[in-house]
Ligand binder design. Structure first.
Ligand SMILES: *Cc1c(COP(=O)(O)O)cnc(C)c1O
Length: 385
């Protein structure tokens, strides 16, 4: 089989991910305490490639990873990742085998999950260590903070289940104005007190996602759970107190250049007629590669070091950019995310252009896009990855 070499590809700087991990680790180890960094690699490592990301994090000294479901955890184990892997997701309707056969650390977020897990452990004649999730206001997964006296007795009943940790998750950590953040913090403290009344004193308490970690040291407890920071992004509205390196670059190449006359349109729907003689370039990247259709008329790319607006329509496999006056020729490199010639388009810029969060842009990096891995932002070799 010949090597597939599409023009559009993602370059993932694994050195950046390691550097970001180290930056977070040293940031939170100030002042003698040394909270555990639980590195979040869910959703295919925020689109960067979970296996590659997990491996370099492990090599950089990561002591625990976290993923969304059992299937993600199994994939990492099959690829040789050995550090503890926390599974965030609900277990009540899952096949629990993978927890045991691949030594994953489950989250228990309901009495039903506790029951299922304990039964499964007892059948195997073993005991499983889990993290207990407390819902302090997100109203997603977790035991409600205000009726633990009702739900926890069932969890602590009998052998088979060991509560190694307790955690919660913030809904508004990136919003300085929102009162829910402080409320969640105090509810979590109360819940920890309540757990103690049931004889549960987890050695590991954790709460902070990236935004909380940057915003408030009192959320660090015994561990933090950064995701976004590891990939080189500071959540919007957070203090930029860490120096991070963006790990993802999305590149392509111009495959055609042509002229358009005033009044003509490009692409499906024939929207946005041009008002002057215009040169457009065709870039072989479309919504099947994860590019949002709303980028047409809103987003830009870099070519010849300059910003070129995305015009016409974003189609399944291609899009058109306005390169009037830039002297662009087929073969020119196009940067969809990343730096070129002193200019830079961040994932946060793409997100802002279409009114979404950078997380979504990361995760959308399409399955058709080949990820090439390297260390540092140097040029990628022709046969990379
Ligand atoms: C995704 C996730 C995180 C990481 O969030 P970031 O904002 O990327 O740091 C932490 N904890 C839980 C439970 C999550 O689901």
């Amino acid at each position: 089989m010949s090597t597939v070499a599409r023009q559009t590809f993602a370059y993932v700087d694994l050195g950046a991910i390691q550097a970001n991990y180290r930056a977070v680790s040293s940031y939170i180890s100030r002042g003698g305490v040394d909270p555990l960094v639980i590195s979040v690699v869910k959703a295919n490592g925020y689109g960067h490639g979970a296996v590659a990301v997990a491996r370099v994090l492990e090599a950089a000294g990561a002591k625990m990873l976290a993923c969304a479901d059992i299937e993600e955890g199994i994939e990492l184990r099959r690829e040789g990742v050995t550090v503890p892997i926390l599974v965030f997701g609900a277990l009540s309707v899952s096949d629990l085998d993978g927890i045991f056969t691949h030594c994953l650390t489950p989250t228990v977020s309901s009495p039903g999950a506790a029951r299922a897990l304990r039964d499964a452990a007892t059948r195997r004649g073993t005991c499983v260590a889990c993290h207990l999730k407390i819902d302090t206001g997100m109203n997603r997964l977790g035991f409600r903070f205000d009726n633990l006296w009702q739900t926890i007795p069932e969890v602590v009943l009998g052998p088979g289940l060991k509560i190694a940790a307790a955690y919660t998750h913030f809904a508004t950590a990136d919003d300085r104005e929102h009162p829910l953040f402080d409320l969640q913090r105090s509810r979590f403290s109360e819940a920890l007190g309540r757990l103690e009344e049931f004889g549960i004193r987890p050695g590991l308490r954790h709460a902070a996602n990236s935004a909380a970690l940057l915003r408030d040291q009192s959320t660090w407890y015994d561990g933090v759970r950064p995701g976004l920071l590891l990939y080189g992004l500071i959540p919007s509205g957070c203090p930029r107190s860490l120096s991070l390196v963006p790990a993802l670059t999305l590149r392509s190449r111009v495959v055609a250049v042509k002229g358009m006359r005033p009044g003509e349109t490009a692409g499906y729907g024939a929207h946005f007629p041009v008002t002057r003689p215009t040169t457009v370039a065709v870039v072989p990247a479309g919504y099947a590669d994860g590019l949002d259709v709303r980028l047409a008329g809103r987003g830009s790319v870099l070519v010849r070091g300059r910003l070129a607006p995305i015009v016409g329509a974003v189609s399944m496999d291609s899009m058109t950019i306005d390169v009037t006056g830039l002297g662009v020729i087929p073969g020119d490199e196009v940067v969809l995310v990343g730096a070129q010639g002193g200019n830079r388009i961040g994932v946060e810029d793409v997100a802002a252009a279409i009114g979404t969060v950078p997380y979504e842009i990361f995760c959308r990096t399409g399955s058709r896009i080949i990820r090439r891995y390297g260390q540092g932002m140097g040029r990628v070799g022709a046969d990379g990855g």
